[in-house]
Structures are given as structure tokens and as C-alpha cells.
Design a protein around this ligand. Structure first.
Ligand SMILES: [Zn+2]
Ligand SMILES: [Zn+2]
Length: 342
């Protein structure tokens, strides 16, 4: 049985507003990447959301904030919301649109984290304080990790959409389980050293790293791992939307989505409309496919299609996957002459 446990769902499919639910199965927890309209999603599906990661505050990525607020207002919980610099102003502006004279007893709190170049800026909005803006300081930010949880971590990468559009990756922690019966078979006694071993394995320590399994008894990490541990790599989900296909953006996306199990990538345009895509700081399907291939993603899931292609959405998917797989494009209608540019 695999313990791999991230389950993803585009709440509005490939054509509606971006909103990617990432459920942590077995844990009853969930994350949401982007916050387009979510009014058609049943509340019980949304209640497990603990943190929301907003790419940017264009309306189709942020208008679901009101719906989430409405659902969460009476709950005894804190919702974390991450986004590019300026997202706290957007949250404040949304909250300022309502009257909060009867929420003094409410526990609900929104903790906003703005992702800057080298620091994270924290701001709190608490219902009991009528959602007044409370600065909560900054924390350093160097390695791209904006949230480190015992079960997963979330990384961010800023992309150029004429404003910052933040891309995200959720990576589950490697599962390390002691193989049943292995301790007895090897003559080991359970103890805190098992956690030392797991921590060292997770950190990628060298195979000859000594681990003290009993007082005075040191064994090399590699041998212990072989005999004792089942190692299941964590799953990785990457997400990139609303971005220009520039060398700098491409490099950031490829790094972020490297080895992803599933890469969710916007594909608003077909490559035949590349000039328009570039003018609007968006990707084409072929560019999405090229990014997924370069990142060595195991699966590509394209979405955020422009409604102009209604009736031709299959062509978008076909173009993206042909490029991803390094094949000739095969459109539904074969003779449109849109062979991929080498
Ligand atoms: Zn946008
Ligand atoms: Zn958009």
C-alpha cells in the first residue's frame, strides 16, 4: 500500500477560474492554490482548507475570497493566506467592503504572508478585532520555502505577468517506515536512534554517516537504511499560471516544477496566437508542454483556457501534450498547418 497521499482537483475544471484543491488524504487537511470563484464547490469540500496560495490578485484568481470568508467566518480557525507583495492590501480592501460590528466573539483569523524577494511579511486580520490590520513582523526567506509543515512543504517562485504572478510547488515529505519485523531480525532495540536515523536519511546524509544504535554501537546510515527502512518518496505538485514565456520565467518554472508528479500549467492560448499570448503575458499550450518536458514532470495538466477556443479545447490539450512528449502536433482537424516550431 502506498502512503502517497496528495490528491488534486481543479475546482472549476480546465476552463473555469483557477482554483486547485490539494487534499492531504488520511489527514483531513487541504490546501488551495489560487482563489477564483468557488461558489459551486460544496462547503464540506472547502472546510478542510488550512492555507491558500494566491498567484496574483487579478479577479479570476481572487474573487473566491469572499466565498471562503463567508464559509469560515463562524469557525474557530485560522486561515493562512500567501501571495505576492501587496496581497495584504488586497485582503484589507476586501474586508473593508463589509460591516463588522457583531463579530467580537468570533475566533476566526486570517494570517497573511506576503512573499517578497528575501523576506516574508506577516499580517493578521482577526474577526474579534473587526479585521483591523495588525502587522506581525517579517521572517527571512532564502530557499524558496514559504511554508514548512511536518507533512509537506510549499515553495514559491515569482513570475513576470507584468505584475508578479507567484508559482507554487507542494512537496510531500518522504515517508520513512520501519519495515515490520526488521528490528527483531537484525537484533536491534527500538529507541530514539530511529528518529535520528530517519532525520539523517531525510536530510540526505552520506551513507557512511555513523548512527549510534546502542551505547557505543555505531553503524553506517546506508546499511541501516537498507535493512530497516521502507522509503517512499513524497509526491510533488507544481502550479504555474499567468506568465510570460521569457527565459527568466522559464528557468524559474523549470526549477520549481522539476520532477513534479503533476504539473498544473496554464494554457490560455494556442500557439497560432502566440503574439497575443505574449502581449498579454500568458503562455501558449506549446510553451506549457515545453516547460513540462524541460522540468521532467511526470504528468502535465493544462488549464485556464481562453473561452475564445470554445469547441476547440481538445486542440489545446493536444498541442500541449504533443510538445510535452516531443511529438508532432495532431489537431482534431489535421490540416490547419500548425506544426510546432522547432
Ligand atoms: Zn492575470
Ligand atoms: Zn488568469
Amino acid at each position: 500500500m502506498t502512503k502517497t497521499s496528495l490528491r488534486t482537483r481543479l475546482l472549476n475544471g480546465q476552463t473555469g477560474d483557477p482554483a486547485l484543491l490539494v487534499q492531504l488524504r488520511w489527514q483531513g487537511r487541504a490546501l488551495l492554490i489560487d482563489l477564483g470563484r468557488i461558489d459551486r464547490t460544496p462547503a464540506p469540500v472547502l472546510f478542510p482548507i488550512e492555507a491558500v496560495f494566491v498567484s496574483h490578485a487579478h479577479m479570476d484568481h481572487f474573487m473566491g475570497f469572499d466565498q471562503l470568508l463567508r464559509l469560515f467566518l463562524a469557525r474557530d480557525t485560522t486561515l493562512r493566506l500567501f501571495g505576492p507583495a501587496g496581497i495584504a492590501d488586497c485582503v484589507q480592501g476586501k474586508l473593508a467592503g463589509y460591516t463588522w460590528n457583531l463579530t467580537d466573539e468570533y475566533v476566526f483569523t486570517i494570517d497573511v504572508t506576503e512573499i517578497g524577494d528575501d523576506e516574508l511579511t506577516h499580517t493578521r486580520f482577526a474577526a474579534r478585532r473587526r479585521f483591523a490590520r495588525e502587522p506581525r513582523g517579517t521572517s527571512p526567506y532564502a530557499d524558496g520555502v514559504v511554508l514548512a509543515d511536518p507533512a509537506f512543504r510549499v515553495e514559491a517562485a515569482p513570475l513576470d505577468h507584468r505584475i508578479v504572478s507567484m508559482a507554487y510547488a507542494v512537496t510531500e515529505r518522504t515517508h520513512l517506515n520501519v519495515r515490520p519485523g526488521a528490528l527483531e531480525a537484525g537484533g536491534f532495540r527500538p529507541g530514539p536512534w530511529l528518529n535520528v536515523l530517519k532525520t539523517a536519511v531525510r536530510a540526505g546524509a552520506a551513507d557512511d554517516t555513523p548512527i549510534e544504535v546502542a551505547p557505543g554501537d555505531r553503524r553506517p546510515l546506508g546499511a541501516l537504511r537498507e535493512v530497516l527502512l521502507d522509503v517512499t518518496p513524497g509526491q510533488k505538485i507544481a502550479y504555474a499560471v499567468d506568465t510570460l514565456f521569457s527565459p527568466a520565467n522559464a528557468a524559474r518554472i523549470i526549477r520549481l516544477a522539476h520532477d513534479a508528479d503533476v504539473f498544473f500549467c496554464e494554457s490560455p492560448f494556442l500557439d497560432e496566437d502566440i503574439e497575443q499570448a505574449t502581449r498579454r503575458y500568458h503562455l501558449t499550450a506549446r510553451q506549457a508542454g515545453a516547460l513540462a518536458r524541460a522540468a521532467r514532470a511526470r504528468r502535465l495538466n493544462v488549464f485556464h483556457f481562453s473561452p475564445r477556443y470554445e469547441g476547440r479545447y481538445g486542440d489545446i490539450v493536444a498541442e500541449a501534450h504533443a510538445e510535452y512528449l516531443g511529438q508532432q502536433v495532431r489537431y482534431g482537424d489535421l490540416d490547419r498547418g500548425h506544426a510546432p516550431v522547432p
